[in-house]
Ligand binder design. Structure first.
Ligand code: ZN
Length: 144
């Protein structure tokens, strides 16, 4: 079940410049920085109430964020992430409703979370992520 909007992902060309804007112009504080190998990005997180802002800078031309920036040179809102208590069940529900997935299985995202994306062709143009904290003692999306 979807519990909340967990974060809004924003593609940026320069993480340092964007962090500076969010800190100096908006007065928010960067809480966490992390490189996410699976997505070829560096990230920085801010909290706005219970919702996080995830800034994403590509580390490789093959990164999905690099491709997004080719189409949107100024950067911009990249994805909306719903916090769920069961990402696999969300994917089953979505595929049952005819929505295609970008990946078949949840994978390791930023912040030690399991994440999965729906294909934006089926989501009215909004790249949609589901995320949940990784279950304790589990290194993957298996049910053990
Ligand atoms: Zn995200």
């Amino acid at each position: 079940m979807i519990k909340k909007i967990d974060h809004i992902g924003i593609a940026v060309r320069s993480l340092d410049e964007a962090v500076s804007y969010y800190e100096k112009a908006l007065g928010l504080k960067c809480e966490h920085r992390e490189e996410v190998a699976s997505q070829k990005v560096r990230t920085a997180f801010f909290s706005v109430g219970e919702v996080h802002i995830e800034l994403l800078e590509p580390t490789d031309p093959e990164s999905p964020i690099a491709k997004f920036l080719e189409k949107n040179p100024a950067g911009g809102v990249h994805h909306l992430a719903f916090g769920s208590d069961n990402v696999e069940a969300q994917l089953e529900q979505a595929t049952g409703a005819g929505v295609k997935l970008i990946h078949d299985k949840p994978f390791d995202g930023a912040g030690g979370k399991l994440v999965a994306f729906l294909h934006p062709k089926f989501t009215f143009g909004v790249l949609t992520e589901f995320c949940m904290p990784k279950p304790e003692g589990c290194c993957c999306s298996c049910k053990h």
